[in-house]
Every structure is written in C-alpha cells, then in structure tokens.
Ligand binder design. Structure first.
Ligand code: SAM
Length: 308
C-alpha cells in the first residue's frame, strides 16, 4: 500500500508549537494525521486538538481519540469552528500547506504532471470549479495573470494563446492534453519545472490557496492566546512570502507600523529569524521535504491590534 503522507519536519514542528500538555491546539491541514498524532501524543487527558481538512479522503485517516475533533472544512473558517467547539482562543496553530502525497499520487485528482488524469485539482469536492473549467473558459488576460502571478512563468501570454488555440479545436480535459499543449513553450532542458509551474498556477487558482492562507493568518492573530505559537510550513515562495511578511509585520506587505512613541505594532514576535529547513537526512528519505520552509512566531501579549 502506498503511504498516504509522510509528515515533514515532524520534530521541528513540535518544537515550534512548544506544546503545553493541557493546551488547545489546531492542526489546520490534517492529511494523514501525522502531525496531529504527535500533538496528541504530547497532550495530557485535558488537552484538545481541533483539526481541519477540506478533502474528504483525509477523514478516512481519523485517529480514534476523544481529544480530537476533525472538521471537514476549509481552514479559512478556523475561528468560527473553534468557537463552535468552545475555544475562543487557542495555544497553537500548525499549518502544513499544499497537497499531500496521497493527493499528488491519485491520478484522478489531476494534480500531477506524472499521471494521465482528468484536469480536476480540487482539494475539496465541494468546490465547483475545476482546473479544466479554468483552462477552457478563462479569458486570455485571466490566464496570463494566473500563469504570471502564481506560476512565475516568463512567457505567460504565449502559453495562454496556445491553450486558447487548442481549446478552440477541442476542450482540454486531461493532464496529458494540457502538458502536450504547453510543452512546446517550455524552456529547453527545463521542461519538468515549466509544466510543474503551470500546474502550480492552476492549482492555486482552483483552490484560492493564497486567499485562504491570508484569511488563516489574519484570523490566527486574533485566535491565538498571548504566547500562543503559529507554526507554518510552506512549499513555494508565494506562500512563504505571505507567511514571512505577516509574522514579521502583521500585514502582507511586511511593513512594520509604529505607534506615536515608535513602538512596533505587530501581533507576533519571531521565534526563529530564518526559516527552518529539513535536514539532509530527511530530504534523502523524503524528497518532498526538500522545498519545505518552516516559520515560527509567537503571539505578543497585550497586543489587541487587529491585523489588516
Ligand atoms: C501537506 S498535507 C498535510 C499533511 C499532514 N501534515 C500529515 O502529516 O499528514 C496538506 C493537507 O491539507 C489539506 N488542505 C490544504 N489546504 C487546505 C485548506 N485551505 N483547508 C483545509 N484543508 C486544507 C489538504 O487537503 C491536505 O490533506
């Protein structure tokens, strides 16, 4: 049987959360429950864990433990659900962003350039819009925007034009059809990276990944108790930039605002200045850990300033 998902930087994430045994913790990206299992292991019988996953496949991995509440929802609703379950504030929030190995390995989810599958890319089956809808219906300018912004692709207009020409003959329905359409525009010797960038851009658009991450970060500043920990692991620079700026400044531009007396008005202090990365040993054992960047911040006491 294929492993559902091998948790990345497990030890480093736990160190980052600095778990209080009787605390309330939130794992917003449950997946196979690898990180959640370790959090539960460090909690005593009064500790609590609320976990989120928007993919119903993750529900099959639910750990049978009365201290765990697994919520089948997008983590952008974190505050509402924590309140609903009786926790206005929490001691720590962990996010291990992106898709799981299981999602990547399921051809029918359409996330991977390695398999032939329908061009779906939805993490949540409740989401109505698929990658095929975007590829076959977006105007050229919109395609250019997402390829530029989310894929950081140099020749975005050419790629968009190729897609529009192809779909005027036949709709692009599968991952292979998309790869064949865009491959002629790949820089030589960088074909794999290029197709991965196009897929990344579509995945971000389908799942609105940057918008929901912003929502999570904004809400975390209010939801965490003083000294509560925010621990976020990201796998590409667009996400990491948002996390870095927000932890540093409490906004997505990364500009620290000061009050009349020159005191910085930020909701967090950084626990580590530079992102933590996986050890060579872990990368050798789990290639997915290669691009992971882990950032850790602590909620500052008596700072009631709302995040923008
Ligand atoms: C990288 S995996 C997490 C793996 C997990 N830490 C483990 O140890 O198995 C990311 C998981 O988060 C879920 N996910 C991603 N974005 C989400 C969101 N906005 N709301 C809820 N779940 C999300 C995905 O469906 C996926 O199962």
């Amino acid at each position: 049987m294929l492993l559902y998902h091998n948790p990345v930087m497990l030890h480093e994430c736990m160190e980052g959360l600095s778990i209080k045994p009787d605390g309330v913790y939130v794992d917003v990206t449950y997946g196979s429950g690898g990180h959640s299992r370790e959090i539960l292991h460090r909690l005593n019988e009064t500790g609590k864990l609320i976990a989120f996953d928007q993919d119903e496949d993750a529900l099959n991995n639910e750990i049978n433990d009365p201290r765990l509440t697994l919520v089948h929802q997008n983590f952008s609703y974190i505050t509402n659900f924590c309140r609903f379950y009786g926790h206005a504030h929490v001691d720590g929030i962990l996010a291990d962003l992106g898709v799981s190995s299981h999602q990547l390995d399921m051809a029918e989810k359409g996330f991977s350039t390695r398999f032939d599958g329908v061009l779906d890319m939805r993490m949540s089956q409740k989401n109505e819009r698929t990658a095929a809808d975007i590829v076959n219906n977006y105007e050229k300018e919109e395609l250019v925007r997402i390829f530029r912004q989310y894929g950081e692709i140099d020749h975005a207009p050419k790629v968009a034009t190729a897609i529009i020409n192809q779909r005027s003959e036949n709709p692009i329905e599968t991952t292979t059809e998309l790869v064949n359409t865009i491959l002629p525009y790949a820089p030589r010797m960088r074909e794999n990276k290029f197709t991965a960038q196009v897929f990344q851009a579509l995945r971000i658009e389908v799942n609105q990944e940057l918008e929901v991450l912003k929502e999570l970060l904004r809400q975390s500043a209010e939801l965490l108790k003083p000294e509560g920990r925010l621990v976020v692991m990201s796998y590409h620079s667009l996400e990491d930039r948002l996390v870095k700026n927000f932890m540093r400044a409490g906004n997505f531009e990364g500009v620290v605002e000061k009050d009349f007396y020159g005191n910085p008005q930020t909701p967090f202090k950084l626990v580590v200045r530079k992102p933590v990365t996986a050890s060579e040993e872990e990368i050798t054992a789990n290639n997915r850990a290669r691009s992971a960047k882990l950032r850790i911040a602590e909620k500052i006491e008596f700072n009631n300033k709302s995040a923008k």
